[in-house]
Design a protein around this ligand. Structure first.
Ligand SMILES: [Zn+2]
Length: 113
């Protein structure tokens, strides 16, 4: 049993020297190193990781998809799980190479940048 350097959860390493429990933890840790330390609390980190994994799974090879907010929430989506916000025509909430926007009250669009 080892403690993930990113999310601080215990995990069983699948090879001797892995420091992270998952690819997403390793990628997010790398992103933090590249962008400098990021003031994200552990809960926010978990929300970001959950969203990241969910977006990756939902979009697959697609670059964009529209999803029902309630359905996403039931799959673990957390609207506060994002790194930063930008505004183009709508507010974009960024989760690494993905961002999501609120299309209306019930729909969320997820895009891959
Ligand atoms: Zn982890």
């Amino acid at each position: 049993m080892r403690i993930c350097k990113y999310c601080e959860e215990g995990f069983i390493p699948d090879h001797g020297n892995s420091q992270y429990c998952s690819d997403s933890c390793a990628q997010l840790a790398k992103l933090e190193r590249q962008t400098g330390s990021y003031p994200v609390g552990l809960d926010a980190k978990k929300a970001i990781m959950t969203n990241y994994d969910l977006f990756k799974r939902l979009l697959g090879e697609n670059h964009q998809g529209e999803f029902d907010h309630m359905a996403l929430t039931s799959m673990g989506f957390d609207r506060f799980g994002f790194y930063r916000i930008s505004e183009v025509s709508q507010i974009r909430y960024h989760v690494e190479e993905y961002y999501f926007t609120f299309t209306d009250q019930t729909l969320i669009t997820i895009c891959k940048t």
